[in-house]
Design a protein. Structure first.
Lengths: 118, 114
């Protein structure tokens, strides 16, 4: 069982609210990721981080933002939630490897946050 | 366009039976292929990882095969158990010039009935 945690597990919120999804890992991994997953669909990378003070946008355009002030913590923020943001958000981490952030690392996933925006 | 296609989309089998899930990919250049298991409401958990030179890899009752020439992989589950009910996701990594990327399949939803 990977030591990566996400809170809250479920969130139902009204349109226009600001929300922050928390993700923490205790494995000391340098790389962390945020994915978005809709039912029956593939995971889409929305943000990733190589390490502290490093954040990059992923393949899927997202109105969310992330920060990486501490190695173990990678929160995702939506300034103004909309119904189109309704989805499952998965956080993952992997050990550092030279070059590509993805090539041989096994990613360890958190349990996810299921977000519903009314 | 790099893609990962999985079949079948869903599968129902009886407890104790074997099953095989398929993954076809067009990702190039190829780096490695992973199979993940995702229980409902949970994050994916890695089952196996195979590089170009590996044809088969086992993890308990799970055996993955890879044919890099035809760009096909399979995941065989032996003597299925109720706890095998989950979505099984095929993930292929490329060897991009600057960033290796992961390409995710949509998964096969396996249901094991008693």
């Amino acid at each position: 069982e990977a030591d990566i945690y996400q809170t809250p597990r479920y969130l139902v919120i009204g349109t226009g609210k600001k929300i922050t999804l928390e993700c923490s890992q205790t494995m000391g991994h340098d790389k962390m990721y945020w994915y978005q997953q809709d039912p029956g669909m593939e995971l889409h990378l929305i943000h990733y981080s190589y390490g502290v003070n490093s954040t990059e946008k992923g393949d899927l355009s997202s109105e969310s933002t992330v920060s990486r002030i501490r190695t173990e913590h990678f929160p995702l923020t939506l300034e103004s939630a909309r119904p189109s943001h309704t989805s499952q958000y998965l956080c993952a981490s992997s050990e550092s490897a030279s070059g590509s952030p993805f090539s041989t690392d096994t990613q360890y996933f958190g349990p996810g946050t299921r977000l519903t925006v009314l | 366009k790099n893609q990962v296609e999985q079949s079948p989309q869903s599968l129902i089998i009886l407890e104790g039976k074997n099953c095989t899930l398929q993954c076809n990919y067009t990702v190039s250049p190829f780096s490695n292929l992973r199979w993940y298991k995702q229980d409902t409401g949970r994050g994916p958990v890695s089952l196996t990882i195979m590089t170009f030179s590996e044809n088969t890899k086992s993890n308990g009752r799970y055996t993955a095969t890879l044919d890099a020439d035809t760009k096909q992989s399979s995941l065989h589950i032996t003597a299925s158990q109720l706890s095998d009910s989950a979505s099984y996701i095929c993930v292929v990594s490329d060897r991009g010039s600057t960033l290796g990327r992961l390409y995710f399949g949509r998964g096969t939803q396996l249901t094991v009935w008693p």
